[in-house]
Design a binder for this molecule. Sequence first.
Ligand code: HQG
Length: 181
Amino acid sequence: MKQDTTKISKFLSYVLRHKPESIAMKLDADGWVAIDTLLLQASRYGHKLNRVILEHVVETNDKKRFTLSTDKSMIRAAQGHSSQQVSMTLNEQVPPEFLYHGTAIRFQGSINQQGLIPGNRHHVHLSDNQQTALTVGARHGKPVVLIINAKTMYEQGFNFYLSDNNVWLTDHVPAKFILAK
Ligand code: HQG
């Protein structure tokens, strides 16, 4: 069951963040799609999925990656989009004094030069705690946690956004705002 839910979660991330067109589906600009449409298109493309399983995956997802609309008729990915169909209205917030970014030690030289850049995603992803950042960094190799002077950035005009699942997002973190731990 755990394996199945992980597989479905990965499928949902793929179609709701990156490639809705892979199952001939369209997202609206805020990333939403009707669950009925998703279920229909998923089954047309050979993915076994129904509403009960979908809601189970959404509820049990370790990082709350997916959000249901209040009436449970729509679904979207909370963050992490690369699809050009999506330009989400972001929830702008004042950040805490420090935010954290976990990365691999081998990226540090390049980060010191360029700062943090979004790569394939729409934003740089930051966490409000070091443990989460460490886990995020470990996905890429031997991890290091970078401390970001978020408050100072904010005071200098950088915008910060908080996703549905509490990931902090910003466009770019210039190197001068990064302190290595
Ligand atoms: C690195 C997962 C070289 C950056 C996680 C990271 C998170 C640079 C990698 C979410 C760089 C991009 C995001 C530079 C940044 N030079 N490397 N100038 N600037 N990088 O996966 O932050 O499972 O796109 O440090 O839990 O690791 O998708 O971003 O190592 O919340 O829900 O480039 O993805 O959540 O990697 O992870 P990623 P991320 P999900």
